[in-house]
Design a protein around this ligand. Structure first.
Ligand code: FES
Length: 164
């Protein structure tokens, strides 16, 4: 009887249920796969950490200033000679966020009390190295920081500064 129905192009109830379960499984797999891809995708939107951050006009930063960019996770320092340095706010010891302390003229890590000078050099351990940096580009008098790649360094060197 079953064979007869198949020969006639009709589906048995069992075949119909199998097809339904297979189709639902496929849809569920697509949803799980799509959600996983969205979750794992790197954040690389411009204007925030992982992308290009437009900091503003060169002239809006006075020499010797420190400006925090929370969305970009960095501090933009303008050195006394006018050069720019963008420093990742993550402490090089165990990764806590450092804070700029104006009165002490230093970056301070609240976790284990490391401190760094204006150019990110270690003043007080246990931090093992200077604060990491991001590349700074100056285009048509606008400061742009590329937060897509972290640059490690042992200490400060003048060629790390960017000029307009
Ligand atoms: S994480 Fe900054 S000093 Fe330990």
């Amino acid at each position: 009887m079953n064979d007869k129905k198949k020969e006639q192009g009709q589906l048995s109830r069992r075949d119909f249920l199998k097809m339904g379960v297979s189709a639902l499984s496929f849809v569920a797999l697509l949803e799980v796969g799509g959600a996983s891809l969205l979750f794992m995708r790197p954040r690389s939107g411009d204007g925030e950490y992982g992308g290009l951050v437009s900091a503003g006009a060169v002239d809006s930063f006075s020499p010797g200033s420190v400006t925090e960019f929370p969305d970009g996770r960095f501090y933009l320092v303008r050195a006394s000679d006018g050069g720019f340095l963008a420093m990742y706010r993550r402490c090089t010891h165990l990764g806590c966020n450092v804070k700029w302390e104006v009165e002490q003229n230093r970056f301070f890590c609240p976790c284990h009390a490391s401190s760094f000078n204006l150019l990110g050099e270690v003043e007080n351990p246990p931090a093992p190295s200077a604060l990491d940096t991001f590349a700074v580009h100056i285009n048509e008098s606008q400061v742009v920081v590329d937060t897509s790649r972290i640059q490690n360094r042992d200490g400060f060197a003048p060629e790390q500064l960017a000029y307009g």
